[in-house]
Design a binder for this molecule. Structure first.
Ligand code: PLP
Length: 391
């Protein structure tokens, strides 16, 4: 008789665009026995997840809950619930995920108005205002707060005012910012915002936290025709989470345990401390790669702390360097997407992975690999340590 051994994947340090590693506490929470969705404990878990998500999003929105699905499910749910055929949406089109929003709006029969900027620069508020004036009858404005494909942080300043002047709702993708950067939904007057669990929130992939303003929820609930999608009908999701459990779909309780534990870790650390930690490790990484002679892709004024895009030096083989990082050091970093394919490396420092150990290890690995791949580099580790020495 042959006995099969338990499956055990190798350890990988995930310093790419997500997923990122999760704390052991989160993994242990996931290994607890499953419970049924009418269990009174579920109501408690749901309440606590809602409370902690509101804290993370910086909102008092009642309708704040995780959708069962990855980040894209939040994007899809937000858009299909709001976009009817013929609806015009201004969409920041400066990266891969802005482009995905454009595609979903097209599938809804909506009319996307893509606002272009280089892949590496944010969309300007003036650009949004001008587009609203030019287009007229704009239903919504949508931007990606943290463009994981480019490493750009999109400022939300001024967008609420523009949306109000044109009677539009404001939709924000915060998949790679929530838990790493201030998101502050209420301060920015965002109507709909979704995220994902596997980036800076520190849980595995599988849920998409979303938050909807009361106004947006009313808009969705008062649709003249029922939404074509049953699963992603946010009115049904909201009913479930508002404390009226009914059978809509089997909630993935194992993932709720993970999200709850990840959010509790966040609350223990404190949001401000968590943002400061992401910022500090980002600064140390930047100091390190620049001291090595590498160039950051994004201007310092709008760099993400969670996702760093580093230009691949001339003559260096992208795939070979990433392959060696994985084989020799067990480190995964990301390559470029779309127009940045082969041009940048994407280095994620998200959630538990945003820590000095990882910054110093990655710099050491690059210092080891790059010279033998034709790039002669200076010492990044000393520069990163210089940042840490400042306290
Ligand atoms: C990762 C990501 C998504 C999609 O999330 P998935 O979990 O991969 O479906 C959407 N938007 C942004 C900005 C992302 O980084």
């Amino acid at each position: 008789m042959t006995m099969s051994k338990a499956f055990q994947p190798p350890f990988r340090l995930l310093l790419g665009p997500g997923p990122s590693n999760v704390e052991d506490r989160v993994l242990r929470a996931m290994s607890a026995q499953v419970i049924g969705y009418f269990d009174p404990l579920m109501t408690e878990i749901a309440g606590e997840i809602g409370r902690l998500l509101r804290m993370a999003f910086g909102t008092a929105n009642r309708a704040t809950f995780p959708i069962s699905g990855t980040g894209t499910s939040g994007m899809e749910a937000a858009l299909i619930n709001l976009v009817d055929p013929g609806d015009k949406l201004i969409i920041g089109h400066n990266g891969f995920f802005g482009d995905r929003m454009v595609q979903i709006v097209e599938r809804c029969g909506g009319v996307p108005v893509p606002l272009a900027a280089d892949w590496g620069r944010p969309i300007l508020a003036e650009q949004v205002e001008a587009a609203c004036k030019r287009e007229g009858k704009v239903k919504g404005i949508a931007v990606v707060h943290a463009e994981t494909s480019t490493g750009v942080l999109q400022s939300l300043d001024g967008l609420r005012g523009i949306a109000d002047r044109h009677g539009a709702y404001l939709l924000v993708d915060a998949v790679t910012s929530l838990g790493g950067h201030p998101v502050e939904i209420d301060r920015h007057g965002v109507d709909v915002c979704y995220s994902g669990t596997q980036k800076a929130l520190g849980a595995p992939t599988g849920l998409s936290p979303i938050t909807l303003s009361d106004r947006t929820l009313d808009l969705i609930k008062s649709r003249p025709r029922k939404l074509q999608s049953y699963y992603f009908d946010l009115a049904l999701f909201e009913q479930y989470w508002a404390g009226n459990p009914f059978y809509h779909h089997t909630p993935p309780t194992t993932f709720y345990y993970a999200l709850l534990e990840a959010l509790r870790i966040m609350a223990e650390e404190g949001l401000e401390a968590r943002w400061a930690r992401h910022r500090r490790n980002h600064q140390a990484l930047v100091a390190g790669v620049e001291a090595m002679g590498l160039k950051m892709h994004v201007d310092p004024a709008f760099r993400l702390w969670t996702l760093n895009t580093v230009r691949i030096p001339e003559g260096v083989d992208d795939a070979k360097v990433r392959g060696r990082l994985l084989e020799e050091f067990g480190i995964e970093i990301g390559g470029g997407l779309g127009t940045l394919k082969g041009k940048v490396w994407r280095i994620g420092l998200m959630g538990v992975n945003s820590r000095p150990n990882n910054v110093l290890l990655l710099l050491a690995a690059l210092e080891r690999i790059l010279p033998s791949e034709g790039f002669c580099c200076g010492s990044g580790i000393a520069a990163a340590n210089g940042v840490y020495a400042q306290g």
